[in-house]
Design a protein around this ligand. Sequence first.
Ligand code: HEM
Length: 190
Amino acid sequence: MTTRQDAWPPARAHSTAAKLVVPCLVGALVALTLGIYGKAHHPTGVAINIAGFSSPGSVKSWLATGATVFAIIQVGSALVMYGKIPRVSAPDWIGGLHRWSGRIAFLLAVPVAIHCLYALGFQQYSTRVLVHSLLGCAFFGAFTVKMLILPKRGLPGWVLPVVGAVVFTVLVIVWFTSAYWFFSTFGIKR
Ligand code: HEM
């Protein structure tokens, strides 16, 4: 006879999956919508420069670099909060640093991505650009998943770190395929 304890998948795995399904679907929808918009609309090519910078590409590359630096601070503060750094105990302000570094990273990435989507669109003229376009969209999908699971109670402890790591990794690859490429091609300048 199969009891509730013997059932497969176990009840806990089942309830975890049930809690993740809607956030994942919404995240996938966000990523897909951005990708379809980027592909379907005609890139406007509009270029907005900021005084003191040599080109719009340089403004975007610095903003993207800022977003990545704040994302690194977010991951570092998470490691401290989870007690993963030997001999470092979490100070009171670490939660605030974690939240604000994440908010700032996101706020820096948004105008860059809006310009990418609106002015450049989804492009695939090289592997780098294809990976950048795909992961640029995936970043906002993964970020949506993270925001939707944050308030959920009763999820296993590994879920948030795994989703956070995915968001971070995707952003770093987006940076490598854009700002890093930009600086290594045109030089590090304002
Ligand atoms: C987190 C999101 C994103 C960041 C931080 C980001 C950052 C950047 C940066 C710094 C550049 C180089 C400057 C330039 O050439 O204008 C760039 C270029 C580009 N981006 Fe994005 N981007 C993001 C999302 C997207 C998305 C969603 C798409 C399209 C679906 C996209 C498509 C492009 C394209 C086609 C280029 C030109 C690539 C080239 O020829 O080098 N980006 N992006």
